[in-house]
Design a protein around this ligand. Structure first.
Ligand SMILES: [Zn+2]
Ligand SMILES: [Zn+2]
Length: 201
């Protein structure tokens, strides 16, 4: 919710609005109506709105032009593994990391490497396609100057800000829940830790 609100405010004066039909058309056109990650035909696949930098506390991506693509549902799901890692070892961002699983740097059991093997069986082709798609996405992002200008500042400040916000929200929720539990009547049918710790009568 915080990232959505921040996205709305940051991109208020930008020439292209991410939720406009024109933006989706532009994205589809740029990638030839194929998935930017696996190159499958989007006419034949289930499509989803995809955030290059995922909208979570580790990736702190925004819902703004330059960070939003249309991808196939499979890639969107597979990419979540990288997006949910606190520290990435293959690349500085989740989407780049996702495309770096070319089968040479990860343990043999890596699920993302297996995914790419299932898409392109031939190793040489796989490496080439992953590199090409990485470059295509980088080039796509570079065509949004407002986004490019905002990105370094956001990358520097957002992770720390979000970590603090999550901690504050958690602390607030915990104290509210404690208050709620304490204000319930004694007859309320639930069993909490306080009851469990009481010695048997
Ligand atoms: Zn895909
Ligand atoms: Zn891998």
């Amino acid at each position: 919710m915080f990232l959505h609100e921040l996205s709305r405010r940051i991109s208020q004066g930008w020439p292209i609005k991410v939720d406009d039909v024109e933006y989706e058309s532009l994205v589809r056109e740029r990638f030839g109506n194929t998935c930017p990650y696996c190159s499958c035909d989007l006419m034949m696949a289930v499509c989803v709105i995809e955030h290059l930098d995922g909208m979570n506390r580790y990736r702190t991506g925004l819902h703004v032009a330059g960070n939003v693509l249309v991808a196939c549902k499979r890639c969107n799901g597979e990419k979540r593994r990288d997006d949910s890692l606190r520290i990435l070892s293959l690349a500085p961002s989740g989407w780049e990391s996702f495309l770096f699983h070319n089968g040479t740097q990860c343990p043999a059991a890596c699920l993302t490497c297996h995914y790419w093997q299932s898409v392109w069986d031939n190793e040489i082709e796989r490496k080439q396609r992953l590199t090409d798609n990485l470059e295509k996405i980088r080039s796509f992002r570079s065509t949004f100057p407002e986004f490019q200008r905002a990105l370094p500042v956001l990358n520097r400040t957002l992770p720390e800000l979000l970590t603090k916000l999550y901690c504050d929200c958690q602390g607030f929720a915990e104290s509210e829940i404690k208050f709620l539990l304490e204000s319930l009547p004694p007859s309320f049918p639930f069993h909490d830790d306080r009851e469990a710790q009481q010695p048997p009568l």
